[in-house]
Each structure stands twice: as C-alpha cells, then as structure tokens.
Design a protein around this ligand. Structure first.
Ligand code: ACO
Length: 326
C-alpha cells in the first residue's frame, strides 16, 4: 500500500523581533505575566514589504533545496493560511508563480491554526489516490497585520513565519500513518477575525469597530483547547494501537505552553519528547507546526523510524492530528 512521506522541510521567520519588554511600552502588560501565562518571550514580525506569500516562498525554497528538487518536480501547491496576501488569487497561486512551479494546481486551505495539519490530511489523501505525485505544503502567516496592538489580551500572543514540507508517495513502511481532522462551527465566535469578508466588508464602520483584527475569548478557548487536544492526542495513538511510551516526539501547535504541558501530562511524556519553541516565536497559527518540525529535523531530534505526533487547535473551531513514522 502506498503511503505519503514528508521528504523534506524548510522554514523562515522574519528578522525583526518584538520582545515582551517592547510590548510593555505599548500596552499594560509585563514580561512576567506573558511568560507565566503563555511561555512566550518574543515573536518575529514581518517587515512592511512582506506578505504571507513572501514568507511562504522563503520556506518553500529551502524545502526544495533540502530535497534537491526543482520547481518542475512539484504538481500541487497547498498553502495553509488565515492571513492570505488577498482574498484572491490564492496565496498558493502567488507562490506557484513566484517559484516557477509550472503545470501544477494550487489552492489555499483556511482552518486557522489547524491549517497545516488539515493540509497534511488533504495532501495524504491526494497522494494515496494517485491524483498527485509530489505536493508542496506550506503554512504561512502574517498575523501581525490582523493583531490589535491596543488589545493586551491578544497582541502578546501572535507572531509571523512560514514552514514548508514536500510530500510524495512511498512503498516503504514509513510516512503518514494516520490523520484526523474535526471542527465545531458552533464555537466559531471564540476566535474570529470578523471584518474583510462578505459579512462585514471594509467600511468606515468596520474600521471604527476594529473588526479587521483578531477577537478571542482567550480563557474559554483555553479550556476547550486543553480538553480537546489531550483527548485528540490520546485518541490518535489509541486508534493506531501505539503506546505513548513508543512516541519519539510530540510536535504540538505552539499557542500556549500551559496547553502543551497539559497534553504532555495526559500522555505522560517527559520534556525531552515534546518540541517547544513558543518562547521564540509565539503563536504563528498555521506556520507553527511546520516551523517546529523543520527546527526539530535540523536539531537532529528526529531519526529514521521515529514515531512523531503532530496536533493543532484553532479558530473555527478546528482541531487536527497526524501520526507519522519518519
Ligand atoms: N498582560 C497582563 N494582564 C493581562 C493580559 C496581558 N497581556 N491579558 C489579559 N490580562 C489580564 C486579564 O484582563 C485578566 O484580568 P482580570 O482577572 O482583572 O479580569 C487576567 O489577566 C486573566 O485573564 P485570562 O484571560 O483569564 O487569562 P488566561 O490565564 O486565560 O490567559 C490566554 C490568557 C494566554 C489568552 C489564554 O487564555 C490562552 O492561551 N488561550 C488560548 C489561546 C489559543 O489556544 N488559541 C487558539 C489558537 S489561535 C487561532 O486559531 C488564530
């Protein structure tokens, strides 16, 4: 049976850093509060000329280089983002053009912070059915453009970045073992960006009401995330009859260190089996897992045969997991 394998990874974060101490000068907050409640120390911010596709292209080029592949070798581009360059053309089409990926299809996926793992679910299905041979999947976000820098309850959380993977089929006993996606639209109002779509298009009123910025009921979201992610991780392993002790690395979405620790505790995982980089980047939404995956690969924390669990949670609400054998 054909399986889908991640054959290479790449990531990119903008150079500009905003620390918690910088934010202390913008809103009433403190480094101590942010570290204690979230685990975030600093985040990267795109410069004025950079949109999601620019970050995506940087990450994708690295993934292509690491795989020794040319743009012509890719037959589908998927970009997971909730901060696209514009409603259309899709960010994936912009990336396709910029990288010179001819004779391919391209589309975006929006599942907020779960977008990358949703993308793995889709890419896995398309490769297994034979519809596509080699897929470039990127998670890219410029959340700083939709962050309300007057709202201390959200502005301390988010950052910008991109991560990319290239996927292809394999006959080997490795690759994606299973993917699981779910959503609950009835909880959509917990995290939303209300403005800019067909409900509240850009107007003087939408601007005055600050509808073009992320709104989040943080504490309610936190409770749902802790419960859902711990269950999701346990259920994913159980569905594959894999004891948590056999897991080599958990790579969770980096939204809040306390949420990550709750999942690790549920699986009884020691710290060294949990990948955490939230301190450096904050929550980069769909980019967080592929950036972490790339960093884990470069740091030598993933070896052939390792079982890796990815899991994400975000606006929608959406959540998703993927179990891989590297
Ligand atoms: N600095 C100082 N104080 C603050 C700050 C801040 N930056 N932000 C909030 N506070 C205050 C609040 O006003 C509140 O004060 P009060 O008690 O006087 O009312 C107090 O701190 C506690 O606020 P809570 O919201 O209860 O704090 P909590 O411990 O829940 O932490 C946080 C907030 C970090 C947002 C947390 O709830 C969280 O991480 N939520 C989940 C985020 C998430 O996973 N999102 C999903 C992905 S996002 C996406 O899809 C785009």
């Amino acid at each position: 049976m054909i399986r889908t394998r991640i054959i290479s990874t790449g990531s990119y974060v903008p150079e500009s850093v905003i620390t918690n101490h910088d934010l202390e000068k913008v809103v009433e907050t403190s480094d101590e509060w942010i570290m204690e409640r979230t685990g975030i120390r600093e985040r990267r911010i795109a410069d004025a000329s950079q949109a999601a596709s620019d970050l995506a292209c940087e990450a994708a080029q690295k993934a292509l280089k690491h795989a020794h592949l040319k743009p012509k070798d890719i037959d589908l581009v998927i970009v997971a983002t909730c901060t696209p360059d514009m409603p259309f053309p899709s960010t994936a089409c912009i990336v396709q053009d910029r990288l010179g990926i001819k004779h391919a299809a391209a589309f975006d996926i929006n599942a907020a912070c779960s977008g990358f793992v949703y993308g793995l679910h889709v890419a896995n299905s398309l490769i297994k059915t034979g519809a596509h041979k080699r897929i470039l999947l990127v998670g890219a976000e410029v959340l700083s453009r939709v962050t309300d820098w007057q709202d201390r309850t959200t502005c301390v959380l988010f950052g910008d970045g991109a991560g990319a993977v290239i996927l292809e089929g394999t006959q080997e006993k490795r690759g994606i073992i299973s993917t699981h996606i779910q959503s609950d639209g009835s909880l959509g109002d917990l995290i939303m960006l209300p403005g800019g779509g067909s409900r509240f298009s850009c107007s003087q009123e939408s601007i005055l009401k600050r509808l073009h910025f992320i709104k989040m009921k943080g504490n309610e979201t936190f409770k749902v995330a802790v419960r859902t992610l711990a269950e999701l991780a346990a259920n994913t392993l159980e569905a594959n009859r894999l004891d948590p002790s056999k897991l080599s690395l958990l790579i969770p979405h980096q939204a809040n260190l306390r949420i990550i620790q709750a999942t690790a505790k549920r699986l009884n995982l020691p710290d060294e089996k949990v990948f955490v980089n939230i301190e450096k980047y904050g929550n980069t939404s769909a980019a967080s897992i592929p950036i972490a995956l790339d960093e884990a690969v470069r740091a030598g924390r993933i070896n052939d045969g390792d079982h890796i669990l990815l899991e994400a949670f975000g606006g929608g609400l959406t959540w998703a997991s993927a179990l891989l054998r590297w």
